[in-house]
Design a protein around this ligand. Structure first.
Ligand code: AMP
Ligand code: MN
Ligand code: MN
Ligand code: MN
Length: 269
């Protein structure tokens, strides 16, 4: 699970593949936020690489009023149900970006030109683009500070979002022949009982897997997720969530291997 510059990643999809090859990665899921433009770019470029690309996406989703990220892995990017679903999320992203610009302007900060410059053709606007624009215009010293002082609930530039619910997101992924996987389950800071409730509910909607090993989880957290995945008979995935070269804690492919007790999601590809 990683990102290209078609969402909030730094690299072109082709550069991601080169990096994966250098790092000895055999399988790479390109999972940009709410877009498959990077998959199309790879297909159009006719790139050949020893790295197997898994067609993927990371969809923004609402559950009980909270933001979740659900991965669609091994999807058919040409599926009509998926395409029309993605179109909705992209429209919401552009509407949110406009609302964010208006809010920043109320605070005397104009980021339009800088954000536009950061967006490549067919990229979707994300909060990290605004964070980078805040850095570039000297408003904050780094992106971390941008996400502390701006862009989050209660701060300038924050726009509350309603994303589609799990059942909708899951149906797009399933229609496209993919497997739906909860991304980074501990990032939401749910209590254990709330996480179990989410797992029970998402399974009913066809979300069959979750990430068990991520770049930022320690061995205790991975053990906790391993036991949850086993108890709830979830497929298990691995995700470094790589975005950029200057984030060494989430280097491409940096995630511990899965326990032998788990069923890897790729056993179903
Ligand atoms: P968006 O989907 O446009 O709301 O942006 C969410 C993305 O912002 C996540 O996928 C992360 O890559 C990034 N992000 C969220 N919170 C932070 C943070 N505190 N610091 C740096 N990046 C963040
Ligand atoms: Mn991201
Ligand atoms: Mn995510
Ligand atoms: Mn991600």
């Amino acid at each position: 699970h990683c990102h290209s510059y078609y969402s909030d990643g730094e690299l072109a999809p082709e550069a991601l593949l080169d990096l994966a090859e250098k790092r000895g990665i055999t399988h790479l899921a390109l999972t940009d936020h709410d877009t498959t433009a990077g998959l199309a770019a790879l297909a159009d470029a006719g790139v050949t690489s020893p790295v197997s690309v898994i067609n993927g996406i990371e969809l923004s989703c609402s559950w009980r009023g909270q933001l979740l990220h659900v991965l669609g892995l091994n999807i058919d990017p040409g599926n009509e149900a998926l395409i029309s679903g993605i179109k909705q999320n992209i429209e919401r992203r552009f509407e949110r970006a406009e609302a964010m610009h208006e809010d920043f302007e109320k605070h005397g900060i104009n980021l339009r030109a800088r954000v536009d410059r950061l967006l490549k053709t067919h990229s979707v606007p994300t909060r990290p683009h605004f964070a980078q624009a805040l850095v570039d215009s000297g408003v904050v010293k780094d992106k971390r500070q941008a996400f502390k002082r701006y862009l989050v609930r209660g701060k300038p530039g924050f726009v509350a979002m309603r994303w589609p619910e799990i059942d909708e997101i899951a149906s797009w992924i399933l229609e496209a022949g993919g497997i739906a996987v909860l991304a980074h389950p501990l990032r939401y800071k749910f209590t254990r009982s709330k996480l179990v409730r989410l797992i029970d509910e998402m399974k009913l909607q066809g979300v069959e897997g979750m990430e068990v090993s991520t770049a930022v989880s320690n061995s205790q957290q991975t053990a906790q997720l391993t036991s949850l995945a086993n108890q709830h008979r979830l497929l298990a995935s691995i995700g470094s969530d790589f975005h950029a070269l200057d984030q060494p804690w989430a280097a491409l492919g940096n995630a511990a291997p899965l326990s032998d007790t788990l069923t890897p999601v790729w056993s179903r590809f």
